[in-house]
Design a protein around this ligand. Structure first.
Ligand SMILES: [Zn+2]
Length: 346
């Protein structure tokens, strides 16, 4: 998430001492259908009795899958994924390899979309899964997250690397896992672009660049769904995620309809701090004028390491993350397959 100053710092101080989160997954293991299971950071259960090979559920995410991806993306080796650095280049190569090995095609000639608005070499990584309906495949959904972070900062106890696990290796992992799922099942009627943005932390530069480039190509964009800071569960809420710009469209209602539960809620602080304008969804709203929102589970009280060296993968809740991926699948699928463009600005 782009830097938030002022009141936010006060909020972070007030947020100290927040209780440990316990995630309850009413639909069973990591969001997959099943019995009621209570999970926390240390003992998520995985039951695979009803997972048949070749069935869509065989392609669902798991805490092991997300754990492997985010552990690499937020490792010290990548040195905080500062845009233009060698560290973020390793992240880009990793995402490219993941796309390639999972059969996700590059959207442009290559996966790398070079930023035209940043002086050092920086790339978005952009893949696509074409829709399976002759007409609807001409319409696109962008599912995105930024994969850059802020690099190295003032050392604390000898650690200067701001690993950016929650911000935003978590969203990146979510988008990669959604891409893997849809590539495996190919159930989407509309085409889906999976975009990992660079230079978000420099001022949404990657998404501004890509939105402009796609607009110049006259892309028929239906909606943009962005994921930011989904590594730690919300506490004491009756929903799993909030969306930024909640009142600006009916996306929350549409999402909950496909999720068949209250997956999305309204977080007042998200509105207070205008998070709608602080992540990559905003570039698409501005360029295309289509519903564009960010899904998140960071509420200013459930994580104390925003833009600090302590934002490490060891603090992420992999079961929660897999739950978010699996609960987002029917939402993205429903939106991709709806007969008409049902998400509308209010
Ligand atoms: Zn950030």
């Amino acid at each position: 998430m782009k830097k938030i100053t002022g009141i936010f710092c006060l909020m972070m101080l007030l947020g100290c001492g927040a209780k440990k989160s316990i995630t309850v997954a009413p639909n069973g293991p990591e969001g997959v259908k099943g019995s009621v299971i209570e999970m926390n950071t240390s003992d998520a259960l995985v039951a695979s009795d009803d997972v048949k090979e070749g069935s869509p559920s065989a392609s669902f995410s798991s805490k092991e899958r997300v754990g492997e991806i985010i552990t690499f993306l937020a490792s010290d080796e990548l040195k905080g994924r500062d845009s233009g650095s060698d560290g973020i280049d390793k992240a880009a190569s990793y995402i490219e390899d993941f796309f390639k090995s999972n059969g996700i095609a590059p959207y442009f000639l290559t996966y790398r979309d070079t930023l035209s608005n940043f002086e050092q070499p920086a790339f978005n990584v952009v893949g696509v899964i074409e829709g399976n309906d002759e007409q609807l495949k001409k319409e696109f959904i962008v599912v995105g997250a930024h994969y850059d972070h802020i690099g190295e900062i003032s050392a604390v106890n000898g650690d200067a690397i701001a690993n950016g696990a929650n911000d935003n290796a978590s969203g990146t992992t979510t988008v990669m896992e959604l891409a893997r799922y849809f590539s495996a099942v190919k159930t989407n009627k509309r085409s889906i672009i999976f975009a990992l943005f660079s230079a978000e932390e420099k001022g949404l530069l990657g998404s501004i660049h890509l939105a402009k480039r796609l607009k110049e190509q006259n892309l028929n964009l239906y909606a943009m769904l962005n994921f930011e800071m989904v590594g730690v569960a919300l506490v004491d809420k009756d929903y799993f995620m909030y969306i930024t710009g909640y009142e600006k469209s009916n996306l929350a209602e549409v999402s909950n309809g496909y999720a068949k539960e209250k997956l999305i809620g309204f977080l007042p602080t998200a509105k207070e701090f205008n998070l709608y304008q602080r992540s990559d969804n905003y570039a698409f709203h501005k360029e295309f004028g289509v519903p564009s929102h960010t899904y998140s589970t960071f509420d200013f009280t459930n994580f104390d390491h925003y833009h600090k060296v302590g934002d490490e993968s060891a603090l992420m809740d992999f079961s929660h993350m897999a739950t978010i991926v699996n609960k987002s699948i029917p939402v993205v699928e429903g939106i991709a397959n709806a007969a008409t463009k049902e998400i509308k600005y209010n």
